[in-house]
Design a protein around this ligand. Sequence first.
Ligand code: SAM
Ligand code: SF4
Length: 340
Amino acid sequence: MPRNPGPGPTLWPVSDRLIDSFGRVHRDLRISVTDRCNFRCRYCMPAEGLEWLSREGLLTFEEIERVARLLVEDYGVESIRLTGGEPTVRARLPTLVKMLARLPVDLCLTTNGATLDTMASPLAEAGLKRINVSLDSLRRDRFEELTLRDGLPAVLAGVDRAIEAGIDPVKVNVVVMRGVNDDEILAFARFGRERGVVVRFIEFMPLDADEEWSDRSVVSQSEIISTIAGAFPLVPVERTSAPATRFRYEDGGGEVGVIASVTEQFCDSCDRVRLTADGQFRNCLFAVDEFDMRGLLRSGATDSEIGEMLERAVGSKWAGHGIGTVDFIRPARSMSQIGG
Ligand code: SAM
Ligand code: SF4
């Protein structure tokens, strides 16, 4: 039961799980801690012109912790991923990690790795267990073209420092785009095998701020896997509710995965909910409706009232995003504003 039930005809939680009308149980929470970023990846943010949220508009660490605690303690959420924008540009991020690490959850961070060289140790000491570093080219000139920052050496150093700090696993996320970096699929497979990191290839999704996405720019899971398997034979690993389709190298060289949001949609096993940096609760990355958690938190709501909103939000979740169908609607906000 909630710790602070309010008056009213119904006390939430009605259930001890967040279950939608399709029977999907929600166990994974993605929290965006900022909409700002020190990179400008062309598949995510425009080079200029995005307006930032005001400082007052951001949820405070205490507000984030309250929502996270409720989801973990009252609704059985088991994993939390911090994201953004670039989460490491939020001041005092290790303090938030420390607050959330007290909860019984699998706590993870997705970062562009630009400052990981100095941040990895403080984050590990604060209790961060797992990390995903986004890296879309191993060629310095191309990396700069893609991010508008000459950041490859810093990101590679950051990956090494995260491993040294004992963060395990360290995974590398690669968004593959046709004609942009699809000639580096094998180079990334070798990189993962040599450094002992799991590489996750991500299909390009229609969430880029410049709206340049088209289905022709997507490199499919089957193409990615057959490219890798041609050089390093692969064996499928049984799927979980996690978004990646996983494979292990037959020769024991580790694991590789693909997040195939476009060509092999996994909405029927989705267990994710999201909280944006400005406190909007979302039941899907592609949702067109948001639920104003910040307004509720700042109006003195009880845990029961917050639980009622969480259950209403999850209860209204759709079957799937429908990318590639006539039903698909592009969300009003881009990836960096929602939190990937
Ligand atoms: N700044 C951090 C980073 O880059 O890892 C966290 C936020 S970023 C929005 C989260 C993830 O979304 C990254 O792995 C990024 O590559 C991915 N991403 C961003 N835009 C994307 C798009 N249009 N399609 C597929 N993945 C995208
Ligand atoms: Fe920044 Fe991450 Fe978006 Fe790149 S993908 S612009 S690093 S938020």
